[in-house]
Design a protein around this ligand. Structure first.
Ligand code: 2BA
Length: 107
């Protein structure tokens, strides 16, 4: 068995969640925050049998879009003026970690 940790954009979270459930996966959704942009995202925990891992990743992939996000920053000039500027950062689709599970018990 594997534990999938899937970090997904909040805008895709509902679609990822409902489609995983529709395919029979048991899902826990945690609200999380990206350390770089400091904006909200969603982390899904899924306990998955080995032969269903690729299907889970396929569903997550199908419903996670790439987005370009503007990150504003200021450039300070020698004159003392500050010029506002924007960096573009591509976020997503999804980041998925696959971990081995030693044991899982529903009590
Ligand atoms: P954030 O940390 O807010 O990162 C948002 C996007 O900013 C990233 O998109 C990436 O394009 C860029 N980025 C992140 N750290 C960077 C850095 N040190 N230098 C330059 N650019 C950087 P994604 O790669 O699609 O990541 C989306 C979210 O997934 C991340 O949000 C973070 O919450 C999570 N994530 C991605 N890779 C991770 C990892 N190796 N470990 C833990 N969490 C990760």
């Amino acid at each position: 068995m594997k534990l999938l940790l899937a970090i997904v954009n909040n805008d895709d979270a509902h679609s990822v969640n409902s489609n995983l459930s529709k395919e029979g996966f048991f899902v826990t959704k945690i609200s999380s925050t990206g350390g770089f942009l400091m904006s909200g995202n969603s982390t899904f925990l899924l306990g998955v049998e080995d032969d269903r891992v690729e299907k889970a990743i396929e569903v997550i992939h199908a419903h996670s879009k790439k987005r370009v996000q503007n990150v504003p920053y200021d450039i300070s000039c020698h004159s003392g003026n500050v010029i506002p500027a924007v960096n573009k950062v591509t976020v997503g689709g999804a980041t998925v970690f696959v971990l081995n599970v030693e044991d899982c018990r529903h009590l």
